[in-house]
Write a protein of this length. Sequence first.
Length: 114
Amino acid sequence: QVQVVESGGGLVQPGGSLRLSCAASGSNFGFMGWYRQAPGKQRELVASITINDDTFYADSVKSRFTISKDIAKNMGYLQMNTLKPEDTAVYYCYAISTWGESAWGQGTQVTVSS
């Protein structure tokens, strides 16, 4: 059974950086996505990466965020640079295993504020 755990959230000033990590266990992942949900808003896909390194970025984070993975460690990462107050949200990792099983993490809070 695939499980995922996020880490790396916190409070950062506008213009700062954070790196989120997602540890997948139980199975190798074939797809990993980072989603976020701000208060009063729907959960949205921020970035994703496949086992073949195909990536997707929401327009709002292009050129600021970078998604990557370490297959050997079964880990995914989201490097977030030039953070803005509107990036404030709970960030969730979502992974799909190579045989189709999926799981959500518990979420990690990212707050961008001066």
